[in-house]
Write a protein that binds this ligand. Structure first.
Ligand code: GDP
Ligand code: IMO
Ligand code: MG
Length: 430
């Protein structure tokens, strides 16, 4: 099984960073294939805590090569800061490889992200304001600037000049914002180019060659299934393909090379930003407040409080389908120890109709009323459990029920934020 895709099965922040770090030691390459520094992945091991935005979570292992694929968008200033942070923390970033085909987040993308959100008013998406949407807009419009363009000063200047003709008009005339000059941007990017030049490579060619040589590749998704541009709760989504298929287009390997697909889901659900969330608990409800407090549910990237709610098996089944999940990992089971009883949404009700699978019509999803099953809690600390048998009976029942509802085996369970706080049931890579 040489390659595995790891994806978020909910609305992001499921613990993808933690699980990537947990399983990365079995792989030769860990590849980010979409998104940018809107992601915030937390890794805690050996008493060290890292918050990663662009660099894959396999970075802690010296024998793993971290790769940023063509499907990502890169803000070079942020990337360089992250490289410097990792070096300070004692992790070598020399092995880092970056696709020349990845697109750049330009300074005007940050301005436009803020301006577009402002103009949406109460319909705002609640983006991370990192320029993600505008960078992908330009990619699709064929006016984006790629990492490889930085390596050719003449091409870079030409592309910036062309882009600014339109961007400056948009910034000044539509949004009333300051404009940029070509010289200003070229000057700013010059040191970025020198810093990242040695890392730029043909990622697709490299990965295909390594796959042929029997190397093991882990594709680390960012965001989550319900934030996917095509399959998420559009328009309250991010602008990239966070589902498993994105691993192929976002790195340049064929879909036949993707063997296992591991979905990461929290034992409950959180969401940051706007958009529908059927099982959401009011922030001031006792259970909602408990989940946020005990789970530490505040964004890694923006610090925003995350909206919290019960586990949603309809969302889980949808994730199983659109990603072709072969394995599930349930994280943050320990957080539920604080609750008296635990609810699971097993279906939705809308105008007298029962939905066992996600309704295709978005407005139904917005008004779906969850149908819950209630299970007793276990009221004890499970953060030291390392085998399924060590979990209290109620926690085992909860996991068994989630497995039954998703029809996919729960082969990993996380019971705390550190690498070792995990129960690995049936997971073998090599
Ligand atoms: P990601 O974006 O999917 O990588 O997830 P984030 O790092 O944004 O958010 C997950 C948060 O939960 C981080 O603070 C992790 O350290 C923490 N975490 C991950 N797994 C567990 C777990 O099993 N239990 C607890 N209590 N915290 C966890
Ligand atoms: P990780 O990888 C949770 C959300 C934003 C907003 C929407 C669009 O840490 O799970 P964007 O800035 O991408 O245009 O914002 O997507 N969002 C995330 N939510 N976790 C993330 O990443 C997210 N990345 C983007 O809050 O609702
Ligand atoms: Mg996160």
């Amino acid at each position: 099984m040489p390659s595995t895709v790891l994806v978020g099965a909910q609305w992001g922040d499921e613990g993808k960073g933690k699980i990537t770090d947990l399983i990365a030691r079995d792989f030769d390459y860990v590849v980010r294939f979409q998104g940018g520094n809107n992601a915030g992945h937390t890794v805690i091991a050996g008493g060290q805590k890292l918050a990663l935005h662009l660099i894959p979570s396999g970075i802690m292992y010296p024998e793993v090569t971290p790769v940023i694929g063509n499907g990502c968008v890169i803000d070079p200033a942020v990337l360089i800061k992250e490289i410097e942070m990792l070096e300070r923390e004692g992790f070598s970033t020399q092995r880092l490889l970056i696709s020349g085909n990845a697109h750049l987040i330009m300074p005007y993308h940050l301005d436009l992200d803020g301006a577009q959100e402002h103009h949406l008013g109460s319909n705002e998406i609640g983006t991370t304001k990192r320029g993600i949407g505008p960078a992908y807009q330009d990619k699709a419009a064929r006016s984006g600037i790629r990492v490889q363009d930085m390596l050719d000063p003449h091409i870079f200047e030409l592309k910036v000049t062309t882009a600014l003709r339109e961007k400056n008009a948009l910034l000044s005339r539509v949004y009333g914002l300051p404009t940029y000059s070509t010289a200003q941007i070229c000057e700013r990017f010059e040191p970025y180019t020198e810093r990242i030049r040695a890392h730029v490579t043909d990622v697709s060619h490299l990965l295909n060659q390594k796959l042929r040589n029997g190397k093991y590749i882990l594709f680390e998704g960012a965001q989550g299934t319900l934030l996917d541009l095509d399959h998420g709760t559009y328009p309250f989504v991010t602008s990239s393909s966070c589902t498993a298929g994105g691993a192929a287009t976002g790195s340049g390997v064929g879909p036949g090379s993707l063997h296992k697909v591991l979905g990461i889901a929290k034992a409950y659900i959180t969401r940051v930003g706007s958009g529908p969330f059927p099982t959401e608990l009011a922030a001031d409800s006792e259970e909602g407040a408990t989940l946020r407090r005990v789970g530490g549910e505040f964004g890694v990237t923006t610090g925003r409080p995350r909206r919290c709610g019960w586990y949603d098996a309809v969302v889980a089944r949808y994730s199983v389908a659109v990603n072709g999940l072969t394995d599930l990992c349930i994280t943050k089971l320990d957080v539920l120890s604080a609750l008296e009883n635990i609810k699971i949404c097993v279906a939705y009700e809308y105008q007298g109709q029962r939905f066992e699978t996600a309704p295709g019509q978005q407005s139904v999803f917005h008004h779906a009323v969850p149908i819950y099953e209630e299970m007793p809690g276990w009221h004890c600390d499970i953060s030291m459990c390392r085998t399924f048998a060590e979990l209290p009976g109620q926690a085992q029942d909860y996991i068994n029920r989630l497995e039954e509802l998703a029809e996919v085996p729960v082969n990993m369970i996380a019971v705390g934020p550190s690498r070792e706080q995990a129960i690995v049931r049936n997971w073998q890579v090599r």
